[in-house]
Design a protein around this ligand. Structure first.
Ligand SMILES: Nc1ncnc2c1ncn2[C@@H]1O[C@H](COP(=O)(O)OP(=O)(O)OP(=O)(O)O)[C@@H](O)[C@H]1O
Ligand SMILES: [Mg+2]
Length: 334
């Protein structure tokens, strides 16, 4: 379990204070993945660096399994950092070292003997599916393979926490899937608390148990993935269930927006309301996502002019869907 309490980081640049982190409080249990999303400059990388104590937070605490890392003296810092593994966007391997040499590097720093660290590095390479690659050099591997090496290296000191800063941003979609599957498998096998920084919503949907939206150094939305998506009109819900623009389409009638959560074999509320009222409610944009046990559908549909949109909204809500006139939802979202 990793817990951050009121974490702040102020950079001073050209006589000006830049509050890169402005009071972040967050808890990530073991055996779970927390995704952090946010625009460029929101403070995501600063968050990773402050959690890993690669950068000292200005104030606030970082705790791993009840041990306060931020209270550790400078001389003990290297040892404390072994509780965390960090994976970067481009793996950041040493080109002149073999793959084994790269994975074993944190153990070398920790003073572990050669035979023992080589054995550990081999074991980790097996774990990430690269048992054969130990003698190769980074330049001989693909981007996805290098990222596997980066993950193996991050796990060398048997950390409780794995921090990943944009781990798949430099990879193609198929390789991204493989790396995410690997992170999920390692999380379960090793009971890791994982923090993944990403700007890709596909990454969040695929791997996250919980998610936070960071803006100007503050967590402005946070929660279990399914709850975040179910919060109609919230930024995370709008982004994770993004609809294409339909503003240019000719429409005869009023547009409504619906967020619906259905179980297996359940009919979406929009379908059953149309049937009940005996009308077509044409969908002009829609997205369906399966997250855990739930299926979320977000639709933009047209209510024909002959019908009272208020009645349609009432019927939808009676069936458990969330529904608003399109403008109203857009108003909430901004
Ligand atoms: N070493 C530093 N010195 C001064 N300012 C910094 C430093 N590092 C980051 N900042 C500032 O802190 C803010 C947050 O930066 P950060 O790199 O954490 O953003 P980010 O969310 O990771 O962005 P991106 O998505 O582009 O990677 C920015 O305003 C940035 O300019
Ligand atoms: Mg960054």
């Amino acid at each position: 379990m990793i817990a951050l309490h009121d974490l702040k980081k102020v950079y001073r640049q050209a006589g000006r204070d830049i509050p890169a982190l402005d009071g972040v409080t967050l808890a990530v249990p073991s055996d779970s993945v927390h995704a952090v999303v946010g625009q460029s400059g929101a403070g995501k990388s600063t968050l990773v660096r402050c959690i890993a104590l690669l950068d000292r937070p200005t104030s606030g605490t970082v705790e791993i399994d009840g041990v306060e890392l931020t209270a550790v003296r400078a001389t003990e810092l290297r040892k404390a950092r072994r509780r965390l593994g960090v994976v970067f966007q481009n793996a950041n391997l040493f080109d002149s070292r073999t793959i084994i040499g790269n994975v074993a590097y944190p153990l070398e720093l920790a003073g572990v003997g050669r035979a023992q660290r080589t054995a550990k590095a081999k074991e980790l390479l097996g774990l990430v599916g690269l048992a054969e690659a130990g003698g190769a050099f980074p330049a001989q591997l693909s981007g996805g393979q290098r990222q596997r090496v980066g993950i193996a290296r991050a796990l060398a000191t048997d950390p409780d926490v794995l921090l990943c800063d944009e781990p798949t941003s430099a990879l193609d979609p198929a390789t991204t899937s493989e790396i995410l599957d690997l992170i999920a498998a390692l999380k379960a096998r090793l009971g890791l608390a994982v923090v993944v920084i990403t700007h890709e919503m596909t990454v969040v949907k695929r791997i996250a148990d919980s998610v936070s939206l960071l803006e100007a150094g503050k967590v402005i939305e946070s929660g279990p993935l399914e709850q975040a998506v179910a919060r109609f009109g919230s930024r995370l819900s709008e982004t994770l269930l993004a609809l294409p623009a339909t503003s240019g389409l000719p429409q005869a009638g009023i547009t409504i927006e619906v967020l619906d959560q259905t179980g297996p074999a359940e009919v979406p509320a929009l379908t059953s309301v149309g049937r009940q009222l005996g009308v077509d409610l044409p969908i002009v944009a829609g997205v369906v996502e399966h997250l855990g046990e739930a299926t979320f559908g977000r639709y933009r549909a047209v209510v024909p002019s002959a019908l009272d949109p208020g009645e349609v909204l009432t019927q939808l809500r009676q069936r458990g869907a969330q529904a608003e006139l399109s403008q109203a939802v857009a108003g909430v979202a901004r």
